[in-house]
Design a protein around this ligand. Structure first.
Ligand code: SF4
Length: 266
C-alpha cells in the first residue's frame, strides 16, 4: 500500500475488525456497490446534524430561538430514502420534537465553541486518520469537551476505538487534547461522558496507532464469512469465500475459540 493512500476512520477500522476482505473491497479497491442506495435513517441523522451545526454557529442570543432551530431543520432537510410523504412527515415531526427537547434542556451549554461539524484529516502517519467532529467546546466547568450527537434510540457507552480517534482528531486540530468526550443521544436528550487523563490518552492512542499500523501493513485480508454475509454484505456477489461452506465452518470454529469460556454452557 502506498503511503498517505489509506484513510482510516472509526467506520473503516470497525470494518477491518469485522472482515478484512470487506475492508479491502471497500477501502483499498474502493468497490462500493451500494453507493447510490439511499437510507432514510442516514438522511434523518444528517439533517439533524446539519441543523445543529448551523444552530451552534449562531452566537447572537436573539437568533438562538426554538423557531430558528426548527427552521434550520427544515432548511437542511434531506429527502432521500423515505418511502412516502407520510413517512417523511413522521420523521420530520420526530426531528422537530427531538430538537425541542434539546432546546429546552441542552446538555452542551458552554462559553465557547472551538470546532463545529468539521471533517478532519490527520496526515502525520503513513495513513490518514480521519473523522468528523460534531462539536468541541468549552463546557460549563471550563473543560474542553468533544460532543458526538447521536440520533439512534439505542444508548451505548463510548467505545475504545471511537474515543481515542476523537481525541487524536481534536488534538490535531487544536494542538491539545480535550478533557471530556461525550456521546449526546438526542432522542432521549441524554449525554454520556467520559473524563480522560494523560495516562488514559497515552495508553489508548498507543493502542489505536498499533492497530492502524497493523492495518497499513496487512497483506492477506483474510475473509471471515458467516451466515449473514448474503443479507448484510454489499460485496457478497464478488466474494468467493462467502459461498464456500468449508470457509464458513472454519470461521465458525475460529469464533468458538474466541468466546470467553465463562460464556459457554459446555
Ligand atoms: S461476503 Fe462476508 S466474507 Fe465476503 S467480504 Fe463480505 S463480510 Fe467478508
Amino acid at each position: 500500500m502506498t503511503a498517505n493512500n489509506l484513510y482510516l476512520s472509526n467506520t473503516s477500522i470497525k470494518t477491518f475488525l469485522t472482515c478484512k476482505r470487506k475492508f479491502k473491497y471497500k477501502y483499498i479497491d474502493r468497490i462500493n456497490p451500494n453507493k447510490d442506495i439511499t437510507n432514510k435513517y442516514l438522511s434523518f441523522g444528517n439533517s439533524i446534524h446539519l441543523a445543529l451545526a448551523d444552530f451552534n454557529k449562531l452566537t447572537i442570543d436573539k437568533y438562538r430561538t426554538l423557531d430558528n432551530l426548527h427552521n434550520l431543520l427544515r432548511r437542511n432537510w434531506i429527502r432521500d430514502g423515505y418511502e412516502s410523504r407520510e413517512e417523511e412527515k413522521t420523521f420530520g415531526l420526530w426531528g422537530l420534537d427531538m430538537l425541542t427537547n434539546y432546546y429546552n434542556n441542552p446538555k452542551d451549554d458552554g462559553s465557547k465553541n472551538y470546532i463545529i461539524e468539521d471533517m478532519i484529516f490527520n496526515n502525520e502517519h503513513d495513513y490518514i486518520i480521519c473523522g468528523k467532529l460534531d462539536k468541541v467546546y468549552k463546557n460549563s466547568d471550563g473543560k474542553t469537551e468533544i460532543i458526538d450527537y447521536k440520533t439512534s434510540k439505542n444508548i451505548s457507552p463510548i467505545d475504545d476505538l471511537q474515543l481515542p480517534l476523537y481525541l487524536m482528531l481534536a488534538n490535531y486540530k487544536l494542538g491539545y487534547y480535550p478533557e471530556v468526550v461525550s456521546l449526546y443521544y438526542l432522542p432521549e436528550n441524554k449525554k454520556i461522558s467520559k473524563e480522560v487523563d494523560d495516562s488514559f490518552i497515552k495508553e489508548s492512542i498507543t493502542k489505536i496507532l498499533d492497530l492502524c499500523d497493523a492495518i497499513f501493513n496487512e497483506n492477506d485480508f483474510t475473509p471471515t464469512p458467516n451466515a449473514y454475509c448474503k443479507s448484510y454484505c454489499e460485496h457478497y456477489d464478488i466474494c468467493d469465500a462467502s459461498k464456500s461452506e468449508e470457509a464458513l465452518i472454519v470461521n465458525a470454529l475460529t469464533d468458538i475459540k474466541n468466546i470467553n469460556t465463562k460464556e459457554v454452557l459446555f
